[in-house]
Design a protein around this ligand. Structure first.
Ligand code: ADP
Length: 468
C-alpha cells in the first residue's frame, strides 16, 4: 500500500518530534455572518472546513446588528403587498453610496439577496416581517416576526447549522498570516491558539471574513482624521486584521477612507437601530425641536445632528411605536432610556423646554394625520406620537461601518494590486470594500455578508474541485 504524501509528511514530522500541520480543504477566518455563511456552504458542498475566531464570542459585529436584512422581490414582501424590485434596490444602494459603489458588486448583492434570505429561512431563520430602513424606497429589511434584532437571529441560525454539521469553530484562535506557495497561491494559515502557541493549518482555500476596522482608532484616524475621539458601535475585535493579512499577500484595497458614522448611538456606544426611526420614532435637538427628515441616509442624518447645539440629539418614541417592535423594550432594560408618563415629564427628564417638545410632537402628529411632513419631507410616518408614555435616548454619531477594504470580484475572489485573482483567497463581508461605496444603507450589511459569504463558499468549492 502506498502512503499518501501527507501521511508520510506527518510520520516524518512525528519522528522528528515536531507537530505536523493539519490539513483541511478550507479555512474560514472570522465567525460573523460572512464567515459562518461561507463555512456552512463549503461543508454542504462536501469540504472539510475549520472556522477561526480570535474572540471568545462567536458572531462578531453581526451579533450586534439590529435592523434587518435587505432583499427585494421576496415572498415576504409579496405577502405584505410591497411591490419592490431588485432594480430599485440597486438604485437605492447606489444612490445611498453616492455612486462610489462598485456597480457589479451591487448588482450581485441586490439580485442575490433574496436567495440569501430564502437560504437563511431554509436553515430555520425567522425573517417573517419587513421593515423600512433609511434610503430605501420600499420596506425591504427582513427581520423576525416580533421585530426583534436581526443579528442574533442570523448568528443563531448559522451557528445551529454549523453545530448540526459539526463544523469546528475555534474561538480564541487568531489568524496571524495567510501562507502562500511560491506561485502565490494560498497554502494555509498561521494561527495563534488560546494558549499562545503558534501553529499552521494547510489548506488550498482561505475565506477571509474578519469584519471591518471600526474598533481600531489608529487605522480610523489614519484614513479619516476627523474621527479622532469618536465612540464606536463595533465589537473590540473589529481591528482590521484581515486587511493587514490580505495586504501582505498582495491584495488591493479600495475605499479605505469611506467610514460611516451611525447617527443614533447612545453615549455607551450601544446602537439604537435605524428601524426604530423606520417604525415611527423622531429626532429632536436640545431645544426639543426636530431638525431633519429622520429617514435620510446615515451620513446625512449624522451631519445634520452635528450641526445641532451640543452635537447630539434625542430619539423619541411613544407607546404605540414601542409595541410595533420588541427592540425598544431592550433599550429600556439596558438602562439607555429616560421615560415620561406624559410629555411634560419626558421634557423634564431630557432637560429640554416642555413647550417646544409638546409643539414638536403636536405638529408631527398633525402632519402624520394629514399624510405629509410639511417641515422635513419625511417619506413615511407610520403613526402619530400621541400614545403616552414616552421614551427618549440621547444619541450622537459613532463609527459604525467601514465601507472600504479588500478588493473582490463578483465571485468573492480577492484581487491583487495588479488586478489579478489571488488563487485560493476569497473574502466576504465587512473586510471587503466596494459594495457600499461612500455610505452603507441600513439592512445592507446583512444582505452583503450572507450573499457574499455564500458566494465565497461556492467559488471556493469550484476552485477546490478544479485544483484537487
Ligand atoms: P462580517 O459582518 O463581515 O461577517 P463580523 O464583524 O460579524 O464581520 O465578524 C468578523 C469576525 O472575525 C469577528 O468575530 C472577529 O472577532 C473575527 N476576527 C477578526 N480578526 C480575526 C483574526 N485575526 N483571526 C480570527 N478571527 C478574527
Amino acid at each position: 500500500m502506498q502512503l499518501k504524501p501527507i501521511l508520510v509528511a506527518a510520520a516524518v514530522a512525528a519522528a522528528m518530534g515536531s507537530a505536523s500541520a493539519e490539513t483541511v480543504d478550507a479555512v474560514v477566518i472570522g465567525s460573523g455572518g460572512a464567515g459562518l455563511s461561507a463555512a456552512v456552504t463549503l461543508h454542504d458542498l462536501g469540504h472539510s472546513v475549520v472556522v477561526l475566531e480570535k474572540m471568545a464570542i462567536i458572531g462578531g459585529n453581526t451579533l450586534r446588528a439590529e435592523g434587518g436584512i435587505n432583499a427585494a422581490e421576496t415572498p415576504q414582501q409579496k405577502k405584505a403587498g410591497i411591490s419592490d424590485t431588485c432594480e430599485q434596490f440597486f438604485a437605492d444602494t447606489t444612490k445611498g453610496g453616492h455612486n462610489l459603489n462598485d456597480p457589479e458588486l451591487v448588482r450581485t448583492m441586490t439580485t442575490h439577496a433574496k436567495d440569501a434570505v430564502a437560504w437563511l429561512v431554509s436553515l430555520g431563520a425567522d425573517l417573517e416581517t419587513v421593515g423600512r430602513a433609511g434610503g430605501a424606497k420600499y420596506p425591504r429589511a427582513h427581520r423576525p416576526h416580533d421585530g426583534s434584532a436581526i443579528g442574533p437571529e442570523v448568528v443563531k441560525t448559522l451557528l445551529n447549522a454549523s453545530k448540526a454539521r459539526e463544523i469546528p469553530i475555534r474561538t480564541r484562535n487568531k489568524a496571524l498570516e495567510i501562507l502562500t506557495a511560491k506561485d502565490g497561491s494560498v497554502a494555509g494559515v498561521k494561527v495563534q491558539s488560546k494558549d499562545g502557541k503558534v501553529y499552521t493549518i494547510d489548506s488550498k482555500a482561505v475565506v477571509l471574513a474578519t469584519g471591518g476596522f471600526g474598533a481600531n482608532q489608529d487605522l480610523l484616524v489614519k484614513y479619516q482624521p476627523k474621527l479622532k475621539g469618536y465612540a464606536t458601535t463595533n465589537q473590540p475585535g473589529a481591528t482590521g486584521d484581515g486587511i493587514f493579512m490580505a495586504e501582505k499577500v498582495g491584495a488591493a484595497l479600495v475605499d479605505m477612507e469611506q467610514i460611516q458614522a451611525h447617527p443614533t448611538a447612545a453615549p455607551s456606544g450601544d446602537l439604537i437601530s435605524e428601524s426604530v426611526r423606520g417604525d415611527g420614532a423622531i429626532l429632536v435637538n436640545a431645544e426639543g425641536k426636530r431638525f431633519t427628515n429622520e429617514l435620510l441616509t446615515r451620513d446625512v442624518v449624522s451631519n445634520n445632528e452635528l450641526k445641532q447645539p451640543g452635537k447630539f440629539a434625542w430619539i423619541i418614541w411613544d407607546d404605540a411605536t414601542r409595541r410595533s417592535a420588541k427592540l425598544m423594550d431592550g433599550y429600556e432594560k439596558l438602562g439607555l432610556t429616560v421615560k415620561g408618563k406624559d410629555l411634560d415629564e419626558l421634557a423634564k427628564a431630557m432637560q429640554v423646554p416642555a413647550d417646544n417638545l409638546k409643539a414638536t410632537i403636536a405638529k408631527y402628529s398633525a402632519d402624520q394625520k394629514a399624510g405629509k411632513d410639511n417641515e422635513f419631507g419625511r417619506p413615511a410616518m407610520p403613526q402619530p406620537l400621541t400614545n403616552a408614555p414616552y421614551w427618549a435616548v440621547k444619541v450622537q454619531p459613532a463609527v459604525h461601518h467601514t465601507m472600504g477594504g479588500v478588493k473582490i470580484n463578483t465571485k468573492a475572489e480577492v484581487i491583487n494590486t495588479e488586478g489579478k485573482v489571488i488563487p485560493g483567497l476569497f473574502a466576504a463581508g465587512e473586510v471587503t470594500g466596494g459594495v457600499h461605496g461612500g455610505n452603507r444603507l441600513g439592512g445592507n450589511a446583512q444582505a452583503d455578508i450572507v450573499t457574499f459569504g455564500h458566494i465565497a463558499g461556492q467559488t471556493a468549492d469550484a476552485f477546490l474541485k478544479a485544483n484537487r
